[in-house]
Design a protein around this ligand. Sequence first.
Ligand code: SAH
Length: 244
Amino acid sequence: MSGWLAIAGLGPGDDRLVTPEVSAALAEATDVVGYIPYVARVAPREGLRLHPSDNRVELDRARAALAMAAEGRRVVVVSSGDPGVFAMASAVFEALEGRADWQALDIRVLPGITAMLAAAAAAGAPLGHDFCCINLSDNLKPWEIIETRLRHAARADFAMAFYNPRSASRPEGFVKALATLREECGPNRLITFARAVSTPEQRLTTVTLGEATPEMADMRTVVILGNSATRRVGRWVYSPRSAK
Ligand code: SAH
């Protein structure tokens, strides 16, 4: 039996946003590995083993998945959104370092629709010009790096998408991020809070930076800050195709 490993993105929440390629891999899998709420999105069936684990054990989870594939199992590591965006794909490649045996395995990354793209689509087209995307969690990098990146991105007039904006364990980070952005972009810049996009709880709120408060974001929110030309039209928000 020849095993394989697929690192798959489940999209932002709606089943219709799971790609056919990911559905096919899940249909052939013997094992599904991932963070508890993501594994819970996979329908159980006979012959499929589910391996849910806590969020903070990404490397262990990646090694366990590779070991199973090496034994001949067909393993899908699941992430929400896209697996390459602040998610499991990098953890799997990190686990491959120094392991020539695992590097010979059949490994594929299956893309998914990442939160910022689903959120941008729901809002209109706020990422329609150059943009960047920054993880605001300081679990895996010091705050100084986040602040430097925010300032440079603002000065380059990128629109920005922020992942992991605010959690109960680090409520102060987003307060600082908003203050930094107000300093760099002024109070009139548009900012969209997109919560639980593509699920029944979806909520979209667009305000100016001057009106934005930290409580508008939580861990189920992706935040999109416009560039200097981002504007409203009707009930939508968009960034024009050209920059001056
Ligand atoms: N790999 C995922 C991101 C994982 S980081 C992806 O590509 O989307 C987790 C963060 O993603 C959350 O804190 C939130 O900022 C964002 N996120 C994930 N799903 C979301 C959704 N349905 N709506 C809004 N934000 C979401």
